[in-house]
Ligand binder design. Structure first.
Ligand code: AMP
Ligand code: MG
Length: 489
């Protein structure tokens, strides 16, 4: 082990590797030709207890490329299954490896995963690799989500490999270092339930409780608590997605975490014009994962999670099913509660009135009718700047605005606190599709990373509402719509 690697601050534990062997396959990344560090997340590195300078060294980049295994790491590919567009199948890390769990200076545990690190026994027909564009895209959007206050996996670094990956054309290859509370997925439980023993399923559930839900670990009915806690976290998460107009695009059960973090930034994108039917992903022809359907799909996925837990919920199968159904039936209301609270905040409302819901629904339906931009409408309301949009020119909006102002007048809080609440709840910027595309194009085609760096900078304080952010709020030209995304392989 070289001195440089020790100085990087790697401090691995490998609790996942201590699970039964059926949960993973140990193997090393496939080395790449010539690793080059493209981008490093300095502040994330620091919070993980890693030395950014050491990561930038040749040895550091070699680790981030999978060419060198740091001391204490035990690389492995995780096994999992999942429902993809409703169809159950065996999956697993086909192009990613967990190096280990970094123990931070604050004694927190984070998975360090290399994505694009080569073939594994779970690769099926895939090459195990990733292209630079999609990895940078994941970096940008995951970091933007984090800055927006939305639980998400993080991105520590992207390295290019010096090798090409063949997609429709030859593209520069890259590896993303993903950081996550864990990579436990609904699909991990489905895998255990389908192919493991009940004992293995129990071990996985106990592991999960210990890692993510220590507060309920000692509960008598701890597996039911596990289900209820995951339901709660997903209700919070999906409400946050809806509130910023984030469309995940591929909410398969393998892409839903147990920790409640957003994971797997493939065909995701932010909505421009408000329309619940919005779909960006080219393969989502039936709109299964449309914006307005995300809460339903969340419930569907959680039902699959509940199903996989049945043998642990009760010895009597009927009783187990009843417990699962009762828990699942809570989800729509929990989701709605979170969404409504968030919407009130977006409109500067502190207290609760029964009619709030119709006030919100009325605004949304006007926005849909007049094809108003989701983010910019709330931003304009925040600053009382009713820019020249169709919506703001209509009599129905004027009427709504009056009702809204009356509503704000019926709470104790001042207009100033209301407006502060709105500034904190309505982002000045989101990763607009055309901006993300421009950043990727400059990076991948010209090797110019400055566009991406500026974008990342602006996205790092979405509630800052600074003058520099104004230009990032401009809408895409009509010619760039409709925007299409592809599964980022
Ligand atoms: P995703 O659509 O990214 O959630 O991936 C679904 C499954 O396909 C996972 O098991 C991935 O590991 C696998 N996969 C995606 N891309 C590749 C690739 N290029 N090579 C091997 N496996 C892949
Ligand atoms: Mg996935």
């Amino acid at each position: 082990m070289t001195k440089e690697i020790k100085e990087t601050g790697w401090n691995f534990d490998n609790s996942y590797a201590r699970l039964p062997k059926s949960f993973f396959t140990s193997l090393n990344p496939t080395p790449v030709r010539s690793p080059k560090l493209i981008i490093l997340n300095d502040s994330l590195a620091a919070s993980l207890g890693l030395n950014a300078e050491a990561l930038q060294s040749e040895d550091g980049a070699a680790v981030l490329a999978g060419n060198r295994i740091p001391e204490g790491a035990l690389p492995l590919a995780q096994a999992y299954a999942g429902h993809q567009f409703g169809h159950f199948t065996m999956l697993g890390d086909g192009r990613a490896l967990l190096l280990g769990e970094q123990m931070t200076p604050l004694d927190k545990r984070f998975d360090i995963q290399l994505k694009g690190s080569g073939r594994t026994p779970y690769s099926r027909g895939g090459d195990g690799r990733a292209a630079l564009g999609p990895m940078l895209r994941e970096y940008i959007i995951s970091e933007a989500m984090h800055a927006l206050g939305i639980p998400s996996t993080r991105s520590l670094a992207v390295v290019t490999t010096g090798e090409s990956v063949i997609r429709e054309t030859a593209l520069p290859g890259a590896i993303l270092t993903r950081v996550a509370a864990s990579h436990l997925r609904v699909g991990t439980f489905q895998y255990a339930a389908k192919w493991g023993t009940v004992e293995e399923l129990r071990i996985l559930a106990d592991y999960t409780l210990k890692r993510h839900f220590p507060d309920v670990e000692a509960d008598e009915s701890r597996y039911l608590s596990l289900l209820q806690e995951v339901i709660k976290r997903q209700a919070v998460l999906i409400a946050k997605w809806q509130l910023v107009g984030f469309i995940h695009g591929v909410m398969n059960t393998d892409n839903m975490t147990i920790s409640g973090e957003t994971i797997d930034y493939g065909p995701c994108a932010f909505m421009d014009e408000y329309d619940p039917a919005t779909v960006f992903s080219s393969i989502d022809i039936h709109g299964r994962y449309a914006y307005g359907n995300q809460p339903n799909i969340g419930g569907w996925n959680l039902a699959k999670f509940a199903e996989s837990l049945l043998p642990l919920l009760h010895a009597d199968q009927e009783e187990a099913v009843q417990l699962a159904q009762d828990a699942i039936s809570e989800f729509p209301e929990l989701y709605h509660h979170n969404w409504l609270a968030g919407m009130r905040a977006k409109l500067g409302i502190f207290n609760e009135e029964k009619q709030d819901e119709s006030l919100i629904e009325d605004l949304l339906s006007m926005m849909q009718k007049h094809r108003a931009d989701y983010t910019n409408t709330f931003r304009a309301l925040t600053f009382d700047r009713h820019e020249d949009t169709v919506l703001f020119g209509t009599p129905e909006f004027a009427q709504w605005h009056e009702l809204w102002q009356e509503r704000l007048g019926r709470q104790e809080q001042s207009k100033a606190s209301s407006s502060q609440l709105m500034r904190n709840s309505n982002p000045a910027v989101i990763p607009r599709n055309h901006r993300v595309e421009a950043a990727l194009e400059a990076a991948v085609k010209q090797g110019d990373y400055s566009v991406m760096e500026r974008l990342l900078d602006v996205l790092s304080t979405p509630y800052g509402h600074s003058p520099e952010q104004a230009e990032y709020a401009t809408l895409p030209a009509p010619s760039t719509r409709p925007y299409r995304t592809y599964c980022g392989t």
